[in-house]
Design a protein around this ligand. Structure first.
Ligand SMILES: [Zn+2]
Length: 279
């Protein structure tokens, strides 16, 4: 099972790495989810890897996950596991977070509409296999790309790319609320320099988008793990509102996709200049 694709620049590199952890659509044969596939697929950040596909042209590396996040979620800590999804006591440390409480921890207990994801508990071996074949290779790829750039430039900037439903659903912290066009998450100013968050927010606002910061998404495991601004490692989560580019029922791209993709290419170009001026 191939866990990810790494898209590297053909030309000169800059100290910028993007990753798309939730856009994978290769459903493994052993993923025997209970609801129909079209329901399970609502968990995906569908098309996000394509929205940010211009990253290599701007000198950035883009890491794209291929496995579905409902199978195992790379944006969760390994201890953020719900004991209710497995049939025996988990041998590792357990520290279930609010995400697990909502049914969307490391291994999702619930699918859209809060319906059970499985008709049976999973075995320890199954979860360990998902960690070994998907989670760990993905984390190693992101860490490797960030470490390479940091070693070369003395600093690295990381944009962790996601999309969000237009309106909060039953498994979110803000059910029923309409979201902004973009939500940036730096875990309340702890995962990157404040100028980076402000620069991304300003660049998007100048294009006419409304941008919220740390509300309702503050950023989860990937920015928490990689964002260490004191070491000049800056990680920022970006959530794109799905209404800007897709039909949330059919998952098809809408007419807005191309314009949004072009705006994100301009954002990435601006970020490439920002990191060159800052590195
Ligand atoms: Zn996501």
């Amino acid at each position: 099972m191939q866990a990810f694709i790494r898209h590297d620049p053909a030309g000169p590199a800059v100290a910028l790495v993007l990753d798309s952890p939730h856009s994978g659509t290769r459903y493994p044969a052993d993923f025997d989810h209970l609801p129909p596939r079209f329901v399970v697929r609502k968990a995906e950040d569908t098309h996000v890897e394509a929205l940010f596909a211009s990253a290599p042209a701007a000198g950035a590396t883009l890491i794209e996950a291929l496995f579905p996040r409902a199978y195992i979620d790379p944006n969760r800590h390994l201890a953020d596991l719900d004991p209710a999804v497995i049939d025996e006591p988990w041998p590792g440390p357990l520290a279930p977070s609010r995400k697990t409480e909502l049914g969307i921890g490391l291994v999702w207990r619930l699918a859209q509409g809060a319906q059970p994801m499985y008709a049976r508990p999973l075995s320890i071996a199954e979860v360990e296999r998902r960690i070994a074949l998907c989670y760990e290779p993905y984390h190693a790829a992101v860490a490797g790309a960030l470490d390479e750039r940091h070693a070369r430039f003395g600093a690295v900037w990381h944009l962790n790319c996601h999309s969000m439903p237009a309106v909060g659903d039953a498994m979110s912290e803000d059910p029923g609320r309409k979201r902004a066009d973009f939500v940036l998450g730096d875990r309340d100013g702890t995962t990157c320099e404040r100028e980076f968050t402000a620069f991304v927010a300003r660049t998007l606002a100048d294009m006419g988008y409304d941008v919220a910061i740390n509300d309702p998404y503050k950023g989860v495991e990937l920015v928490r793990k990689h964002g260490r601004p004191a070491e000049r490692r800056h990680s920022l989560q970006i959530e794109v509102n799905r209404r800007l580019y897709m039909d949330e029922e059919t998952l098809e791209r809408t007419v807005g996709f191309a314009a949004l993709q072009a705006d994100l290419a301009r954002l990435i170009e601006a970020l490439a200049q920002y990191v060159q001026a800052s590195a």
